[in-house]
Design a protein. Structure first.
Length: 559
């Protein structure tokens, strides 16, 4: 599977759209109880560059298969075909104690059967040598479960914490110190050689796994830096003799031309994030940048955001967005775009692309979903949002003892085996004849696989990031990496790269309410003249506090 990470809201949206699910994970949750009585509402910043000596020594696997398409980092490499022969990446069983490992991971949709009723879990556990017993929690309410678990100080041996949930857990760094093992001495420098699959992870992923000045978790590296792209139905444009637009003016002109309610066709879904990107609105750390005098400013305060707001407001006013989406009737933008063609341009995460193409081309063989290269509405090079932060982190329960920590790390190492290994095929596709059938293009999952395999072992491990192969969409890997390699050169520079931030509590609590106010402006429920007042409210309700934290964190980062 392909996963993409970005800021908290868009990463979750990308991930869920990839899985074909529309719900967004719930926010909030109670304060962590009992870890500390000290308030930490003002936030905290930690310079990760100061801990370079803690990072594992990076090593490539000698037997790993060569990729077909090379990505420009942080874009991953791609594989267009499934390996003809597989290697055994790990010769010894990682589990030696026979003692059950408890683990908690998220899932979206129906929970898979437990270990007693799952041929898949039984098969993988037999290879591990020590059984993993998963508790699967609803991904939509995972933060609530984490908060309750931390408050009770009751965690499993292995705990998956998705990156987008970290921001929802108050005093998370304090919780780590109380509840989880310090993995530094097991993994730093050449110690990582005991876990060769983990040694292949990008160094930047390990840097992000540092909390409290120590290596606190095993990262699950992202396989793509971009939170958003603007997709179009190229087959529909081709049928009308239209070339893909290469500027905002061309896009808006075409949008007015193709919108025809009588024929049930509208130009857009909600495309506000892309309209912001076209105007070079800042996206780092959710929307921050440095002014020429070196002080932080948030996107709401910038002229670029005002321009983007005015353009998107006019898009709504002119009726270019599908009315069922404007009315929030629960309409499925993916169906309107990929199935019916009622939308011609759709903003979504990169992870949406392959799944939508594969699903809907079965009905419409002419379907051709393609992203528009990002352009600048204001001249010069475009600006592209993105980061290389991990999808999730795996934490090890504190107090289990050195030998048990080593066993758990060996299990995580096994689960992190790369494409081309027997271990990865079992992890991803289960047992031949039961969970998949082999075809000339690689394994194809059975109904049992869709029932039993819910990325359980993926979420207690990581992966040296790659894309593909996808036999049902043979052009996808080349297409996505051509697009990604072209866009990565315009990736926005983050002034706080290397600084781990825990934003102030008031700022975090005010994020969604403020976005809702701007949505009211966009959709004509509030006038544009209200924007100054909304920005003043944002400043008073955590914005200024966040600015101070960001300003104070820069000298510590040596900038």
């Amino acid at each position: 599977m392909t996963f993409h990470h970005s800021d908290a809201r868009s990463s979750r949206r990308t991930f869920l759209s990839l899985l074909g699910l529309g719900a967004a994970a719930a926010a909030g949750g109670p304060l962590l109880a009992g870890c500390s009585e000290k308030p930490s509402s003002s936030g905290a910043a930690q310079n990760l560059d100061a801990f370079a000596d803690l990072l594992p020594t990076h090593r490539d696997l000698a037997q790993s298969i060569r990729p077909d398409v090379i990505g420009v980092r942080p874009v991953p490499d791609g594989y267009t075909s499934y390996p003809a022969s597989l290697v055994d990446a790990i010769t010894d069983k990682p589990g030696t104690s026979g003692k059950e490992i408890t683990a908690m991971t998220p899932a979206w949709g129906p929970a898979p059967p437990g270990v007693g009723q799952s041929a898949y879990l039984q098969a993988v556990n037999a290879e591990l040598g020590t059984p993993v017993n998963f508790t699967i929690q609803d991904g939509n309410t995972y933060a609530d479960k984490l908060n309750a678990m931390f408050g009770a100080r009751d965690v499993p041996d292995l705990l998956c914490v998705p990156g987008w949930e970290v921001e929802k857990i108050p005093r998370f760094a304090e919780a780590i110190g109380v509840l989880f093992e310090d993995l530094t001495d097991h993994l730093k420098g050449d110690a990582i050689s005991s876990y060769p699959m983990l040694a292949t992870f990008p160094t930047g992923s390990w840097r992000n796994a540092i909390w409290n000045g120590r290596l606190a978790a095993v990262p699950n590296p992202t396989d793509g830096p971009f939170p958003w792209a603007m997709f179009t139905r190229k087959d529909l444009l081709d049928a009308r003799g239209l070339a893909a637009p290469t500027s905002l003016d061309e896009l808006l002109t075409m949008a007015r031309e193709i919108t025809d309610p009588a024929r049930n066709v509208w130009a857009f879904s909600d495309v506000f994030a892309m309209i912001q990107m076209y105007h070079k609105v800042p996206g780092s750390k959710g929307g921050w940048r440095l002014k020429s005098d070196g002080t932080p400013e948030f996107k709401y305060e910038t002229p670029e955001y005002r321009q983007a707001l005015e353009v998107m407001t006019k898009i709504y006013k002119d009726g270019l967005v599908h009315p069922d989406l404007v009315a929030s009737k629960g309409a499925d933008a993916t169906q309107l775009f990929a199935k019916s063609g009622a939308i011609v341009f759709k903003q979504d995460g990169i992870g949406f692309w392959q799944g939508a193409q594969a699903e809907h081309q079965k009905i419409n063989p002419k379907l051709n979903i393609q992203p528009l290269p990002v352009f600048s509405a204001t001249g010069g090079d475009p600006l592209v949002w993105g980061d290389d932060e991990p999808i999730s982190y795996t934490f090890v329960k504190k107090g289990v003892g050195k030998e048990r920590v080593e066993e758990l790390l060996r299990v995580i190492n096994w689960c992190s085996a790369p494409l081309g290994s027997q271990e990865a095929q079992l992890r991803d596709f289960g047992v031949a004849g039961q969970h998949h059938t082999m075809t000339p293009n690689g394994p194809v999952k059975t109904e049992l696989a869709f029932k039993e395999i819910a990325n359980q072992y993926f979420f207690i491990s990581g992966r040296n990031p790659t894309v593909g192969p996808f036999p049902d969409t043979p052009n996808y890997v080349q297409d996505v990496l051509t697009y990604s390699n072209a866009m990565v050169k315009y990736l926005e520079k983050d002034p706080w790269d290397g600084v781990k931030l825990e934003m102030p509590a008031a700022y975090k609590a005010n994020q969604v309410p403020t976005e809702d106010k701007f949505t009211d402006v966009l959709r004509g429920r509030r006038p544009l003249s209200d924007v100054d007042g909304i920005v003043q409210e944002w400043k008073a309700n955590g914005g200024e506090e966040a600015r101070k934290l960001l300003a104070d964190s820069l000298p510590k980062a040596g900038r």
